[in-house]
Design a protein around this ligand. Structure first.
Ligand code: UDP
Length: 238
């Protein structure tokens, strides 16, 4: 597969066209942003961690029947993925209260929720990614009822798998955000990334934060947290 012109540059990734119209190449950067782009910085080595972690998890998810955009890891930072049109929703699952959930509902960070929750935000930076419900999504045509059913079904399966996977390496999966895309033939597949940028990971024993909150909240040890997650997943073999 040949890398062609850059199609898009986002906050943390670049996307390139390839000589095959069904595939793109994603390139992960070390750039970090938070609070809708207000806070900017660099996390050395983050692109490598996010690329490898995301690819590994997507391959595991394929094995339990979740279709994903993953095709082939080219190198430390670059991966071939299926070309999709992104469903303009951030799909957020929470197992433990944190972040905006705690703020919005006055539920203290760390409270274990009685069941996993699902929420959607409409992806629009200018609007600040407002939270929306199923009716808003269907009424505005961002996804159909059938697509949303598929998305929520996949999402709870993904949560169950990831929760269990991370528990085995002594990590509590607090919450995470995923995105889905639609292929040319209308199939809904998991896209984007699963990484410390998009998940909250707490050490299950010490509750130490091992994710982007270290950057958002100026906690220090940002690079170390990403490396620690990489080591727990790959046992120092990557
Ligand atoms: N998240 C994300 N991108 C966003 C917003 C949230 O990846 O634009 C992730 C975030 O890392 C966390 C989860 O979604 O794991 C829930 O985030 P929350 O709504 O609490 O927002 P935050 O407190 O991060 O602003």
């Amino acid at each position: 597969m040949e890398k062609m012109a850059q199609m898009y540059e986002g906050k943390a990734k670049k996307v390139f066209a390839t000589n095959d119209e069904n595939y793109c190449i994603v390139s992960y950067k070390d750039d970090a942003t938070a609070f809708n782009g207000l806070k900017k910085g660099t996390i050395a080595g983050k692109g490598v961690v996010n690329n490898k972690m995301s690819n590994y998890l997507m391959q595991q998810l394929e094995k339990i029947g979740i279709p994903t955009h993953y095709v082939e890891e080219l190198n430390d930072r670059e991966t071939v993925v299926k070309k999709v049109s992104i469903v303009p929703l951030e799909v957020i699952v929470r197992n433990i209260a944190a972040g905006s959930f705690s703020k919005r509902f006055g539920v203290e960070e760390g409270r274990v929720l009685l069941c996993p929750t699902l929420e959607y935000c409409y992806k629009d930076d200018e609007l600040g990614d407002p939270m929306v419900n199923d009716y808003h999504i269907i009424a505005c045509g961002w996804a159909t009822k059938e697509e949303l059913d598929t998305i929520s079904d996949y999402t709870f399966k993904i949560n169950a798998f990831l929760k269990d996977f991370f528990k085995k390496i002594n990590i509590d999966l607090v919450d995470f955000k995923i995105e889905f895309g639609k292929t040319k033939d209308g199939q809904i597949i998991l896209a984007d990334e699963i990484s410390p940028d998009t998940c909250r990971f707490w050490d299950a024993t010490t509750h130490e934060k091992l994710d982007k909150d270290r950057f958002r909240r100026d906690l220090g040890g940002v690079e170390e947290a990403y490396t620690e997650m990489m080591n727990r997943i790959f046992g120092g073999n990557e």
